[in-house]
Design a protein. Sequence first.
Length: 427
Amino acid sequence: MQRVGFWVCVTMVFSSMVGTGVFTSLGFQIGSLPSPFVIMVLWALGGVVALCGALSYAELAAALPRSGGEYHFLSRIFHPALGLMAGIISVFVGFAAPIALGAMAFGKYVASAFHGVPPVLSSVCVVLVLAFVHGMTLKVSGRFQVAATVFKACLIVFFIIAGAMLAPGADFRPKSGDVALVLNPSFAISLMFVMYAYSGWNSAVYIAGEVRSPARTIPMALMAATMVVTVLYMALNAVFLAAAPAAELAGKVEVGEIAARHLFGDAGGRLMACVIAGGLVAALSALTWAGPRVAQTAGEDFPALAWFARRSSGGVPRRALAFQTLVVVLLLVSSSFESVLLFAEFALVACSCLTVLGLLVLRMREPSLARPFRCPWVPFVPLVFLGVGLFSLAYTLAERPVQGFAGMAALCAGAGLYFLVRPKCAK
């Protein structure tokens, strides 16, 4: 079987993280948090939380190296019902919803660059093309991912340099009312958008079974990519805030195009919208590659789901890929951007918190288990992740109860499915 190495894992994590969120979520934050300093605090906190999560997952991936991510970890540490719950969330929410969100943003940026092109048409087309590419072989997937990520990295560096040179500037100094903004419920809701933007820091664990020396490669890739992305996110959002008036960014999805129009003029803005759309392809590609591996791993464990486990001669789970693509297309034609984002992020944060808690449980239950990589400063690092994650979940339930309870219902449905599909010998 073909295997991928460190740089492919880094590009996968980098692309999974740097996608829809950083080019879209600022518009949903700045309306309720009208302070550049608070916005920077928000993105810095998101980076710290993502790094704490990456360090925690790195230990689990090194100790329990198998594809499947949270599905594998929770099944092994707690119970197969919780593992299947996380697997279902990953298939329908962890990958399908972010792909749909990224495709929605792609469609909006294409429409900004080429007036008259229906956003939904562009969104569906890019999803189908990427499904075709990743349905070939593992080698094709790896090469495409590296090329798309290099393009995206060059785009971001260019945008940051141009913004530093051309943007009129913004006042990032703290002000008297900033503490109150940080303690406001809107900060917690905005944190959900930021955590969505950072989501993907764990993407390499989903293909652990296809990685050379996963116990060493995956921890290094998770940490390196997460730290680089945090720096880029801080710089990129500073450029957005410095380039365009807050009133124009508030409530908008295509904040990158708006900032580019202020930096380069209308023609340059349209060109930049087209380039940003191309950059989003790398994120969509990484998610399209990783997502089907969860359904494949569940299919290997549950005979009732065995249809998803079958792979092509090139090692690709094409049936799982086709199913994921169908779910994405249905989301594209039936949901709004903000509703899908909040629903998806609630369920994802809940599963991530449970997985990081599993690190502490496994440390106590199996202290002698071989751990080629150990998360530093335990329990402080996992507790930081858990504290911020639970804080944002609680405020989402209070401020956005429809999306919050929809996420809870999805979690319960995923766990309940176990009792319908579990092997007879487990009953």
